[in-house]
Design a protein around this ligand. Sequence first.
Ligand code: NAP
Length: 289
Amino acid sequence: MPTLLDGRKISSEIKAEIKLKVEKMKAAGQRAPHLAIIIVGDDGASHTYVDGKIKACKAVGFDYTLMQFAPTISEEKLLKHVDQLNADSDIDGFIVQLPLPEHISVEKVTESISPEKDVDGFVNQNFGSITSDSPLLMPATPFGVMELLKRYEIDTKGKNCVIVGASRLVGAPLALMMSHTGHSTVTLCHKYTTDLASHTKKADILVVAVGKPNLITQDMVKEGAVVIDVGTTRVVDATKKSGFKLSGDVDFDNVSKNASFITPVPGGVGPMTIASLMINTLRAAQYNH
Ligand code: NAP
C-alpha cells in the first residue's frame, strides 16, 4: 500500500505554525495580516472554496474582508475595487476568486493586482520570479504541491517529473518550480501531447492537473512512482447529500497498487492550496510592515 500524502494534516501543521507567528506579531504591537477576497456571482464551487479560505483565516488569526458582487458587475467597476484594495494600506493581500463571468477579462483583472498583494501568485511578475532566488509570492497551488513533497521528505533532485496539464495556474508554474527548486528533469504534457502514457510511464514523480476524472490509469504509472493528483471535478453522486462528489484525474484505487506515495481527492492538494494562500498572506503582511 502506498503512503497517503495527507494534505489536510500538513495544511493543519502549516496553519499552526502561522498562528504562532501571528501571535508573535500581535505581541510585538503589529496588527494581524489582513486578507481580502473578491467573489463575483453565485457559482456554488467558488463559494465553497471561499468558505474554506475564510475558515483558514479564522484558524490562523488573520483579519479578512469578503467582498461579494453580483454577476452583472461591469469590468470597469470590478477594476475600481481592485484599485481600491491596491491602495488600501490595511489590506496586505487579496484574491479575486475565479472563474469570473464571461464579460470580464480574467487577465485584465489579475494583472491589475499589485504584485506585492497578489497572494494567489497569478500576476506575471510573480510567475516570472519563480526562478529568482528570493521570490516574494508564489503561485498557490504549485507552491502547495512543492510544500507537500518537501514535508514528506520526497527527494526530487535528478528525478523524472512528468506533469500532465500545462495551465498558467498550475502545470506551467509547477514545471518551473520542479526544475528550479526541485532540480528534477521535467516533462510538461498538454492536450496536444501524443502517446501520453509513454511519458507518464517514465515518471518518478507524476503530477496531474487536467480536470478529467480517470485520465490516468494503472497501466500509465510505473511501480514506485509518487503520484500527485491536482484535479478536482464535481461528478454526480446520488448517495451524497450535496448530490455530487469530487473526483481527481487519477484512478485512485488502481493507481494506488503501483504508487509509493499518492494524494487523495479530496484531502490532498486542495488543503495545500489554502495553506499556501495563508503563507503568501503572511509574507505579504511582513513585506507591508
Ligand atoms: P485548465 O486551465 O483547464 O488546464 C488544463 C490543462 O490540461 C491544460 O494545459 C490542457 O492542455 C491540459 N489537457 C486537457 N486535456 C488533456 C489531455 N487529454 N491530456 C493532457 N493534458 C490535457 O485547468 P487548471 O486550472 O489547470 O486546473 C486543472 C484541474 O486542477 C481542474 O480539475 C481544477 O479544478 C483543478 N485545480 C485544483 C486545485 C486545488 O487546489 N486542488 C487548484 C487549481 C486547479 P492545453 O494547455 O493544451 O489546453
